[in-house]
Ligand binder design. Structure first.
Ligand code: ADP
Ligand code: ADP
Ligand code: ZN
Length: 216
């Protein structure tokens, strides 16, 4: 069993690779972004509290996302967890370390997905997802086989994110560089960091991640 973090800016390909790892290895994706979006869609108190913050592209508080992760981790995962979009601050990283050690688990790898800013704009503005199964698509690099129909589940309920526009992406990138990129140094110092080229084709990125996972 392996527990890993996918670390990278918005649009780096974390969700795409997490879904593949779930299928290939029975791992469980824990995406705080997806959990928060679900809370908004359901109109819960939490959803109402975070809606404006997310629309602006800012980070929600550490307490909120740590609480979400803690609740989901208690369900366990036979094939290991893929932390996607969490941790995003040093405080979240420390909290994750404590949660894992408290439950007798370890963090096996932190995979930094390297993509340059210019590519991120194209990635994010072309992104759409299946509202039924969560499959991730792209207008240019990964369209559905039949326009408007999900390859994976056949649903026609395709969604675009309100925060996937160039203006909000600027704020999200700034948040990433200010608050999340210090985690690269943090995990490097702990000897847990591996970098992969996120600009490569989806399959090539998947192979690079598989190499990291099968190494140790
Ligand atoms: P992306 O896939 O583009 O990186 P996410 O779906 O992970 O974006 O996150 C969407 C939004 O949810 C973020 O812009 C932020 O407002 C909020 N969010 C998600 N995860 C976290 C986190 N770990 N800490 C703080 N805010 C978060
Ligand atoms: P993140 O979860 O890091 O925000 P996503 O996995 O949602 O990123 O990917 C962002 C967009 O880029 C999606 O539209 C996805 O289809 C596309 N994408 C992901 N990985 C690649 C890749 N290696 N090459 C080209 N496009 C990609
Ligand atoms: Zn689907």
């Amino acid at each position: 069993m392996k527990n890993i973090i996918l670390l990278g800016p918005p649009g780096a390909g974390k969700g795409t690779q997490a879904k593949r790892l779930e299928e290939a290895r029975g791992m469980v994706q824990l995406s705080t972004g997806d959990m928060l979006k679900e809370a908004i869609a359901k109109g819960t108190d939490l959803g109402r509290r975070v809606e404006g913050i997310m629309a602006r592209g800012e980070l929600v508080t550490d307490e909120i996302v740590i609480g979400l992760i803690e609740a989901r981790m208690s369900d366990g995962a036979r094939g290991g967890f893929i932390f996607d979009g969490f941790p995003r601050t040093l405080k979240q990283a420390d909290a994750l370390g404590e949660l894992l050690s408290r439950t007798g688990q370890s963090l096996d790898a932190v995979i930094e997905m390297q993509v340059d800013d210019a590519a991120l704009v194209a990635r994010v503005t072309g992104r759409f997802t299946c509202g039924n199964c969560g499959a991730v698509y792209h207008d240019v690099t990964h369209p559905t086989r039949v326009a408007g129909v999900c390859d994976a589940c056949g649903s026609t309920n395709m969604k675009r994110r309100a925060d996937d526009n160039e203006e909000t992406l600027k704020t999200r990138l700034m948040e990433y560089y200010k608050k999340t990129s210090p985690l690269i140094g943090y995990y490097h110092a702990k000897g847990q960091l591996s970098a992969v080229d996120g600009l490569a084709d989806v399959e090539v990125v998947a192979d690079a991640i598989a190499k990291v996972l099968d190494k140790g």
